[in-house]
Design a protein around this ligand. Structure first.
Ligand code: FE2
Length: 385
């Protein structure tokens, strides 16, 4: 999903890794550092990501470590690092965030060589600062963080950790082993998708291009697509080396109520719609996730009767894919396998994608129809279509 523009105007198309139009990359990113969720109960949310998604608890900060107003649990699997944070009192910005949005992503943190420079380059280009560069220190060294505002109440934090050897960031205490974590083979974040408001996509495409030096990602089709089922428009923005990819969706008029509109209503504005997690063995990963209670969207049997005709030869047995509900799409570079969870909160907001790439660098547009019909069935069951 998270798809394809009707026109590839505005930002310059640049191949990932290629020098940008301006010559040098003014915001070199080493990848996604972590994703911080503001939640109603961080201890229990962390338990969900440990037991269901198989992430290991590696660090903690809270009253016991001198952090009086909140508790944060850091869970990790491969290069994926999530921080689950909750406020300890009602009159706190985190509590207000949760009251408004429900559990959701507040911070997409980006790993940089120089956080001060990242903050200076982006604020100079119009980013709104929400946290000036700040050096954090403890016995494991020091790190520098700085933050700017993104869409809705979401922020980007630049994290410089070259001189830090601790488990996460200064102030966090290491958790040496996690007897609860049940690993599922998840490796890294492939992409993170934003839902923004009606007619706001171009404004955020422009933000990522102008303020952060991203460009429109070349590896998807820029032809018109039918919005009969999708009821959304999307463009994928990527940073210079292609490590960080942010598809941006806005709702569109369709036959039915847009899935993006449902999200905006329940999240209370723009925010992160889904996080795509990469695996090298999707059959194993999805089998394990399912056995640990993760719920996925299902597509009808006919999807699989038509599959081989559409994508040709693939390594995986079609009956195994059908059993798990895994989708496949092919482009001229190869193919990819993907599956989407149901929302992981009671509000129909954030969900996850599990993805395995076998050459393809695109986002599965061949699966739109089947996928959007599956989403619409769920919307109808919630009475929101
Ligand atoms: Fe996606």
């Amino acid at each position: 999903m998270n798809a394809f523009p009707r026109s590839a105007s505005s930002p310059v198309l640049t191949a990932p890794g290629a020098p940008q139009a301006s010559g040098t990359d003014f915001l070199p990113l080493k990848g996604t550092d972590h994703v911080e969720f503001y939640v109603g109960n961080a201890r229990q949310a962390a338990y969900f990501y440990r037991t269901a998604f198989g992430m290991a608890l590696v660090a903690y900060a809270g009253p016991e470590t001198g952090q009086r107003d909140r508790a944060s649990y850091v869970v990790q699997q491969g290069k994926i690092r999530f921080v689950l944070t909750t406020a300890l009192r009602a009159d706190h910005p985190i509590a207000r965030h949760v009251a408004r949005h429900g559990d959701g992503v507040h911070t997409i943190a980006l790993w940089v060589e120089d956080a001060r420079q990242a903050w200076e380059e982006t604020t100079r280009r119009g980013a709104e600062s929400v946290g000036e560069p700040q050096a954090l220190k403890d016995e494991n060294g020091h790190a520098v963080v700085a933050s700017i505002r993104a869409y809705g109440d979401t922020i980007h934090t630049f994290v410089e950790r070259e001189a830090y050897r601790g488990p996460f960031l200064p102030g966090f205490r290491a958790v040496s082993s996690d007897p609860v974590a049940r690993p599922t083979g998840l490796r890294h974040i492939d992409h993170m998708v934003a839902n923004v408001g009606w007619n706001e996509m171009e404004q955020w495409v422009d933000f990522y291009a102008r303020v952060m030096g991203f460009s429109l990602y070349q590896h998807f089709d820029d032809k018109d697509i039918s919005t009969e089922y999708s009821a959304l428009m999307s463009k994928v923005m990527a940073n210079g080396n292609g490590y960080v990819k942010f598809p941006i969706n806005e709702p569109a008029e369709g036959k039915k109520r847009s899935q993006v509109e449902e999200y905006l209503d329940f999240y209370g504005g723009p925010g992160v719609q889904h996080i795509a997690l990469a695996t090298h063995d999707i059959l194993h990963t999805v089998t394990t996730l399912r056995s640990q209670g993760v719920e996925f969207l299902r597509v009808p049997h006919t999807y699989y009767t038509e599959l081989q005709g559409r994508v040709g030869r693939i390594d995986e047995p079609v009956d195994a894919l059908e059993e798990l509900g895994i989708l496949v799409d092919r482009d001229d570079e190869g193919y990819m396998l993907q599956i989407f969870t149901r929302p992981v909160e009671d509000r129909p907001t954030l969900f996850f994608e599990i993805i395995q790439r076998k050459g393809s660098r695109s986002f599965g547009k061949g699966n739109f129809k089947a996928l959007f019909e599956a989403i619409e069935r769920e919307q109808a069951a919630r009475g929101n279509l």
